[in-house]
Design a protein around this ligand. Structure first.
Ligand code: G6P
Length: 607
């Protein structure tokens, strides 16, 4: 959720922190702040709203400091306000810190600290840490942070500075991501690789309850007891320009256009002479054969990728598959045995509920396989095996290219299970794989001309509600189409399997009500056409996503968006693209910020 940055080196800390926060803004954007350390004092500036507001506020700040910390916030405890924005400081103003996570025992700590004379200035859970560090500080910031952390229940990524320790930043974490890097210009810390990548491609991934002391000269790491350790180093091969819009008006459009590359990169090197091969799936053939039940667990858009996977795994591998939102899965008692495969899907690899579900499933004996976009993320680290979606960093909060990467990865997984169970021959898989690879080019064709998508979007831009209908994999795509529309345009949208229309949603229909129907060629095409007819009869304005060459549908629907012909099982990959563009077009027409929708954050690291 929130984003943390820190820098100590030879350059102006202010500029580096603002740039880092700009890169992390997808994690939260209701307020932001920085603390600069200079000549034995700390200067703290905080603003409500986006990082741009903070940047303006510090533009003429006369502080040549070369060490500081920064934060961009997604509020949990305490409304978005300057008072609640980070950094938070100790009573004497000598300690400042930024925090990502939730301190669950903050209320009792606060009461205890107030009892000892501490004065609180915010309603946040974070502020207790500043006061605990202040109490524990006896000239050694690392020791003080360790003492304070021993009192905390909950999750944290923390960066702390002290006026008396020039050039030093102490960092630690528990269940919240922290990466560090040292380069020619100094030492950097952030909650995401994207804010440290320019310093070095070799980043330190701090482990849970480990500590780091950053100075301009280097980074020293310590375990929970304070003993020096050699940290885990991870090499990152992301493009550095990932944080730039590259000529596109927004990140969402840029990322939609990157999708053909995501498909190609995710498939690269997977098909060998002996069949499909996924190195990272480190289960033996015997173990694979034992799998008799699959659970796909995920949240948000990733959950929708799971809905598609269910159809493919059951259809090809004939293994019963359930898809469940992680926040439900973790609080019930699912039937899990050692022959259960749990597939955790998470773009960020740090969603709190998905992580908790993984841990629960492992305790119950399941094999856990992760599908994530972030190398070294908690989901990757805590799974038995992992497929990386090779989508490169996704910045827009509403997921597009990561979703496609997930669908392609899950399709590979379904093929692999079918191959190992002997349900598909290598020859059959080779044909499917070729067609799957062809979707990259088909997406490029969709992206070449978006006129029909924009026209349909203009017809819907003033609607107050919309319904997405489809059948089979088409209904799974509808859930994603409706989510995309509501999250970025604030237009209420719902998705229904088309056959369910008559059991309720049809009551909503009246003249001009937008119904978006996924009606690509499939065994259930005729059924979807009947449902479209039923909608038209009740006055709905129908926008159909249809297969090129289907002339019949043009007589029924008000708007038709044609996409290239693909095998039904691969239609989620192509049909999703016009739905993403449709949502974006409506959102832009309604004046919305498509990259940073209100109230949302890209990684949800709290329950
Ligand atoms: C948030 C994001 C969504 C994302 C969901 C799950 O709600 O705004 O775009 O689908 O989290 O995130 P994950 O990183 O686990 O895929």
């Amino acid at each position: 959720m929130c984003g943390i940055v820190g820098y100590t080196g030879c350059k102006s800390a202010k500029d580096i922190l603002i740039e880092g926060l700009r890169r992390l803004e997808y994690r939260g954007y209701d307020s932001a702040g920085i603390a600069l350390q200079n000549e034995g004092a700390l200067t703290c500036v905080r603003r409500v709203g986006k990082v741009a507001g903070l940047a303006q506020a510090v533009e003429h700040l006369d502080n040549p400091g070369t060490c500081g910390i920064g934060h961009t916030r997604w509020a949990t405890h305490g409304v978005p306000s300057e008072r609640n924005a980070h950094p938070h400081c100790s009573c004497d103003g000598n300690i400042a810190l930024v925090h990502n996570g939730i301190i669950e025992n903050y209320a009792e700590l606060r009461e205890e600290l107030i009892g000892r004379g501490h004065v609180f200035k915010s309603e946040t859970d974070t502020e207790v840490i500043a006061h605990l560090v202040e109490e524990a500080y006896k000239g050694d910031l690392l020791a003080a942070v360790r003492t304070a952390c021993a009192r905390l229940v909950g999750t944290y990524g923390l960066a702390v500075v002290c006026a008396q320790e020039p050039g030093h930043i102490v960092v630690t974490r528990r269940d919240s991501p922290i990466v560090l890097a040292h380069g020619d210009e100094g030492s950097f810390v952030a909650s995401d690789i994207i804010a440290v990548i320019e310093a070095s491609r070799d980043v330190i991934v701090l482990g849970d309850e480990q500590y780091a002391v950053m100075t301009p000269e280097g980074i020293d790491c310590f375990d929970a007891e304070g003993a020096p350790i050699d940290p885990e180093i991870m090499h990152v091969d992301w493009d550095v320009d990932v944080a730039e819009k590259g000529g596109y008006p927004d990140f969402m459009l840029k990322e939609i256009h990157e999708q053909p590359r995501v498909v190609r990169n995710t498939l690269a090197g997977r098909m060998t002479d002996k069949g499909l091969h996924i190195d990272e799936f480190n289960l033996s053939l015997e173990e694979l054969n034992l799998i008799d039940r699959v659970y796909v667990i995920a949240c948000g858009t990733s959950y929708h990728a799971g809905l598609i996977a269910k159809q493919l795994i059951e259809g090809w591998a004939r293994i019963p598959t359930e898809v469940e939102v992680a926040s439900e899965f973790r609080y019930r008692n699912p039937i899990i045995t050692p022959s259960t495969l749990v597939v955790a899907v998470s773009q960020s690899g740090e969603t709190a509920d998905t992580l908790a579900a993984i841990r629960d499933a492992r305790i119950k004996g399941a094999r856990v396989f992760g599908i994530t976009n972030v190398v070294g993320s908690p989901v990757a680290r805590e799974s038995d095996g992992v497929i990386y979606t090779k989508a490169n960093k996704e910045i827009a909060v509403a997921s597009t290219k990561s979703f496609l990467g997930q669908v392609v990865s899950l399709t590979l997984l379904a093929m692999l299970l079918a191959q190992s169970k002997g349900k598909l021959t290598v020859g059959q898989i080779r044909i499917l794989f070729r067609e799957l690879a062809d979707t990259a080019e088909q997406i490029e064709r969709i992206l070449q001309d978006t006129t029909s998508i924009d026209q349909a979007a203009m017809a819907c831009k003033d609607a107050t509600s919309a319904l997405f209908i489809g059948r089979g994999v088409g209904s799974a795509i509808c859930y994603e189409g409706a989510l995309k529309l509501k999250e970025i345009s604030y237009l209420h949208a719902e998705a229904y399997p088309a056959g369910e229309m008559k059991h309720g949603p049809i009551a909503l229909l009246q003249k001009g009500f937008p119904v978006i129907a996924v009606a690509t060629q499939s065994p259930v095409y005729d059924k979807v056409i009947s449902n479209i007819q039923e909608s038209k009869t009740r006055g709905a304005m129908v926008i159909a996503i249809a297969t090129e060459g289907d002339e019949e549908i043009a007589h029924i629907a008000d708007y038709v968006i044609y996409i290239p012909k693909v095998r039904d099982c691969f239609s989620p990959i192509t049909a999703t693209v016009p739905l993403q563009l449709f949502a974006r077009s409506i959102a832009i027409a309604r004046g919305c910020n498509v990259d940073q929708p209100r109230n949302l954050a890209k990684s949800v690291t709290v329950e």
